[in-house]
Design a protein around this ligand. Structure first.
Ligand SMILES: [Zn+2]
Ligand SMILES: [Zn+2]
Length: 151
């Protein structure tokens, strides 16, 4: 076992114990994969990466559990595929780019000024329509760096 793998496993354990929930192997596998890949993953990608360690039904249950513990968040791709990503303290508000060719999902952060402008606009909309807005998302689609250089 490599040092890196050991520390991922330790981190996964401490994430679960920070929520005072039981540490099970399937939960550790999913958290470990998200930590290892450092990017959002679809159910299909998680299944493939787990190399048979997880049944699909188990995976759905684990994702449900981890979501209810607040350890991961779910969103959908433009094709409505479910994607999960880690939701730890050091994950800031960000956006996603979807590669139309290989399905890779890349995290990006927008310029602070632009985020501020979006916030201002959101406040205006809240006032104008007398409602409350709790968040926003912005998804970009295109080609990732490796697909883009494949000509
Ligand atoms: Zn790609
Ligand atoms: Zn934003």
């Amino acid at each position: 076992m490599s040092v890196k793998k050991q520390s991922r496993s330790r981190l996964s354990r401490s994430l679960l114990s920070s929520k005072k929930v039981s540490i099970t192997n399937p939960r550790l596998v999913v958290l470990g994969l998200l930590l290892q890949q450092e990017r959002p993953l679809t159910i299909e990608q998680l299944l493939k990466l787990s190399k048979g360690k997880l049944a699909q039904s188990t995976l759905y249950r684990v994702i449900n559990d981890l979501g209810s513990f607040g350890l991961i968040t779910e969103f959908t791709t433009p094709e409505n595929t479910i994607v999960v990503e880690l939701n730890t303290e050091d994950v800031n508000h960000h956006h996603h780019i979807f590669c139309e060719n290989c399905g890779r999902i890349i995290d990006i952060e927008l310029d602070n000024e632009l985020e501020d402008d979006i916030q201002k606009e959101v406040r205006n909309i809240e006032e104008q329509y007398s409602l409350s807005i709790h968040g926003h998302s912005l998804e970009l689609t295109g080609l990732c760096d490796s697909c883009n250089s494949m000509e």
